[in-house]
Design a protein around this ligand. Structure first.
Ligand code: ACO
Length: 398
């Protein structure tokens, strides 16, 4: 394409596609999305079946290895991941050095970056055994680091992993355990968290996965690449929508205010947060699943008063011509913030709760890209719009 030029020195033919809206950056066999039909599949398995019948660790195995494990494989995987949940004491000390009000997502991304220094062998990314070990390690340690960051903000001592518990139950224990010898979360809450983790495990070439792949294309270690993914997820346009939903619901305040709020949205004053999606133009399959999980959580925690406002918003919007004609439906974030709040998480933790399960997707895609002989260093072209050949003038003469 470089040979095809319209004018001398124009650099040849190039596509200009900021945000990669119409440009595939990679081939992938990890996750399939059909936005028009509302389909999401991991390695070909429909998300509905996985959310109903599987658990997060099994889904992580599926994403990373490309197939569902048999019983022995699952037990080996679960054992190996569990074995790696502890972090080095120096990493704990490192985290304790953050300011008392440090954002937990900032703590998480710095700590995952720091992990690369604890495992220097991870820089040998073409050693398959080491690569598999780093993947297990990172999936295992993310809940530990996320929980440490949460406890830090509360000024509470960090709680070590309890490896007799499942992945989600152990996470809840590290978050909420007080002085009791064993923390026992309600099974329905554990299951709801597992479902949320499954729903967030991967979503093809989203901004953070694209960041992981781009950084990974330099052949850096996986901890550094995933740190870049966490940074991308930290941004409000990616991981922050569910917090925006909660803020919106609080602002609306009562069910009676919903119709006038909807009129404001239709007049273009603001957006209905948690509605609409760049890819899903029919419905977001994750939203249906999450609504059911929300019901289960509220059965245990009691109804969040904001839920009534959310239900009314959804009811009105789904029947309103403005939303119907633009194909605007609830997305995964419409209910997830309400669930997290019911589980006692402050809004700053919401992106951490996204990063923990997304780690398996990031790593599956990172490993896939390493095995792709077409993958070059991610170095896009640009359309230069600046000056050329300007002569340097000494500072005193400017
Ligand atoms: N409320 C009101 N109107 C909306 C909304 C909304 N939430 N979303 C889109 N629209 C309208 C737009 O104003 C536009 O109307 P117009 O044709 O009259 O100008 C039309 O629908 C198309 O909107 P676009 O912005 O072109 O749609 P796009 O696909 O680019 O945007 C997005 C998708 C960013 C998610 C958008 O729907 C939005 O801002 N939603 C609210 C924020 C949100 O919930 N984000 C979370 C996404 S899920 C995730 O990231 C995990």
């Amino acid at each position: 394409l470089k040979q095809i030029s319209a004018a001398e020195g124009d650099g040849g033919l190039a596509t200009y596609d900021p945000g990669f809206v119409n440009t595939a950056s990679t081939r992938s066999s990890v996750t399939f999305i059909d936005g028009d039909k509302g389909i999401l599949e991991y390695r070909g398995y429909p998300i509905e079946q996985l959310a109903e019948q599987s658990n997060y660790l099994e889904v992580a195995y599926l994403l990373v290895n490309g197939k569902l494990p048999n019983k022995a494989e699952y037990e080996g995987w679960a054992h190996d991941v569990t074995y790696h949940t502890f972090v080095h004491e120096n990493l704990k000390t490192f985290m304790q050095g953050f300011r008392y009000d440090a954002h937990p997502m900032g703590m998480l991304l710095a700590s995952v970056g720091a992990l690369s220094t604890f495992y220097p062998e991870s820089r040998d990314i073409f050693d398959e055994e080491s690569r598999a070990l780093q993947i297990r390690r990172m999936i295992a340690k993310m809940p530990t680091l996320g929980a440490f960051a949460f406890r830090h903000a509360q000024g509470k001592p960090y709680v070590y992993p309890d490896n007799e518990l499942s992945y989600a139950a152990n996470f809840l224990s590290m978050l909420f355990k007080m002085s009791e010898p064993k923390y026992a979360a309600d099974d329905r809450l554990v299951r709801a968290l597992e479902i949320l983790f499954i729903l967030h495990a991967d979503h093809e070439q989203n901004a953070s996965t694209n960041a992981v792949r781009a950084i990974g294309s330099t052949q850096v270690d996986p901890y550094s690449a995933v740190t870049g993914g966490i940074a991308a997820l930290y941004g409000p346009l990616h991981g922050g929508a569910n917090e925006a939903v909660l803020k919106m619901l609080r602002r609306i305040g009562t069910v009676e205010n919903v119709p006038s709020f909807i009129e404001g949205v239709k007049a273009g004053e603001e957006r209905l947060m948690g509605f609409g999606h760049r890819v899903y133009k029919n419905y977001d399959p994750r939203a249906k699943i999450i609504k059911k999980a929300a019901d289960d959580v509220f059965e245990v925690t009691g109804i969040n008063p904001l839920l009534k406002i959310a239900v009314e918003l959804e009811k009105i919007a789904l029947e309103d011509e403005y939303f119907v004609s633009r194909k605007l439906y609830p997305n995964v974030d419409f209910y997830s913030g309400l669930i997290y709040e019911a589980l006692q998480f402050p809004p700053e933790m919401f992106t951490v709760l996204f990063a923990i399960p997304r780690t398996s997707g990031w790593l599956a895609q990172w490993a896939e890209s390493l095995g792709d002989s077409d993958q070059k260093i991610a170095r896009p072209k640009q359309i230069y719009t600046g000056q050329r050949g300007v002569q340097y003038v000494p500072m005193g003469d400017r």
